[in-house]
Write a protein that binds this ligand. Structure first.
Ligand SMILES: Cc1ncc(COP(=O)(O)O)c(C=O)c1O
Length: 412
């Protein structure tokens, strides 16, 4: 695609996101905090509005037309999720609040009953707190421990250590991130999962940062569990997905009790429904699930190759531009990276970078990005992080570089 057509394409994508068209601090908004949350296309906003204006009813229980319509839309949303995940079965997809709740669900319902004294949960040095703390909670309770696959100075996983760890430690589950939110590293997940499979170790894949950038081929990756969040994938907040192999899901006890997840209740005994309903106690986020399906459908229709090429080009341009600034260091140099650029500047705190850029209307994130163990390992208090989505432009990348140049000049 030529440059002219490429930027026309981006303008067309961008036009679908109304929030982007505004001034912040008197400057056109440059939204580069997409790893924290993504913006929503108009079709998603319209779908939520239509749901509440026309279809709102509680699901699964009503005989009236609205309830049936809402139920159909909610279950159809599950089918869309199953398609987005590469053609898994919809009954393997549980609606939850987000990636965090999905990890907690697996920790409590799958792992906790299997975990004993001295057992190991294997994580990596680049995990988000959402993929650390839920495991710690069950490990502490059961006398198990966490072991960590190390991260290299370039920000890659030390894969050489993995076969030995899987062989020598009593690993009951490995949980790791597909794409690092702090470094942008895209891990060789298929390879890691295959090694775990050989060792008979079940795997949870945290796809919170991978889902917004590509369709996920779950049958090819073959994890036991996979989690992602709707709000990072152009959908609403408060909705996310747990995918699980049926052999696990069907054996797991419920996470929470309440309405909608039961077959029969008496004061003596309760019988639960099959998954996924078993794990969706109470009235779920119906609008959220429907909105998420609209977001995924929208995303799946985009030219995936063009989108990835554009995101890669923005990252490379940002790295090249920022890399020329004296005293600036890009954190995370893995050869395979998503459109995330973390950086630190000598003598300038990341929070100052974030605050000064905000005055130019540029939104980035500064801090530990919920990866405190990784920051400690790298010897950093935090980083400044720009994260790009397909609706960002090369001009916005240049605005970021100019903004950081100005800040560095100011502090020197
Ligand atoms: C890699 C990763 N995993 C998990 C999460 C948790 O997602 P949520 O807060 O939507 O549950 C995040 C959020 O930043 C993330 O980046």
């Amino acid at each position: 695609m030529g440059i002219e057509t490429a930027s026309q394409q981006v303008q067309q994508w961008r036009g679908a996101f109304p929030l982007l068209n505004q001034l912040v601090n008197g400057q056109p908004l440059v939204y580069l905090d997409n790893a924290a949350t993504t913006q929503k296309p108009q079709v998603v906003i319209d779908r939520l509005q239509r749901y509440y204006a026309h279809d709102n009813a509680n699901i699964h229980r009503g005989v009236h037309a609205l309830s049936q319509r809402a139920t159909e839309d909610y279950e159809a949303a599950r089918e869309v999720v199953a398609r987005f995940l590469g053609g898994v079965e919809s009954r393997q997809c549980v609606f939850v609040r987000g990636a965090t709740e999905a990890v907690n669900l697996v920790a409590q319902c799958y792992l906790r009953p299997k975990l004993g004294e001295g057992d190991v949960i294997l994580l990596t040095g680049m995990e988000h707190h959402a993929n650390i703390v839920p495991w710690q909670l069950v490990a502490e309770e059961r006398g198990a421990r966490i072991e960590v696959l190390p991260v290299t100075p370039e920000g890659e996983l030390d894969l050489e250590a993995l076969p030995r760890m899987l062989r020598d430690l009593p690993v009951k589950l490995m949980a790791f991130v597909h794409t690092s939110n702090s470094l942008g590293t895209i891990n060789p997940s298929a390879e890691i999962i295959a090694l775990c499979r050989e060792a008979g170790v079940p795997v949870l894949l945290d796809a919170a940062q991978a889902a917004p950038h590509q369709r996920l081929d779950v049958p090819a990756l073959d994890p036991d569990f996979l989690v992602f969040s709707g709000h990072k994938t152009y959908g609403p907040t408060g909705i996310g997905v747990l995918y699980a192999k049926w052999q696990h899901l069907s054996q797991m006890p419920p996470y929470q009790g309440g309405g909608d997840m039961i077959l029969k209740v008496s004061f003596e005994q309760t019988r639960f429904k099959e998954p996924p309903e078993r794990f969706e106690a109470g009235t779920p986020h119906i609008a959220g699930a429907i909105g998420l399906a609209t977001a995924l459908e929208y995303f799946m229709e985009l030219d995936q190759e063009a989108l990835l090429a554009h995101e890669a080009a923005m990252r490379q341009r940002a790295e090249a531009g920022l890399g020329e600034i004296e005293g600036l260091r890009i954190i995370g140099q893995a050869p395979r990276k998503a459109s995330v650029v973390s950086f630190v500047v000598d003598d300038v705190h990341p929070h100052d970078i974030g605050t000064f850029l905000d005055q130019d209307g540029i939104a980035i994130r500064a801090g530990h990005h919920c990866t405190q163990p990784l920051m400690k390992h790298l010897g950093l208090p935090g980083t400044a992080r720009a994260s790009f989505a397909f609706y960002n432009t090369m001009e916005e990348v240049d605005a970021l570089v100019r903004g950081v140049q100005r800040i560095v000049k100011f502090f020197r």
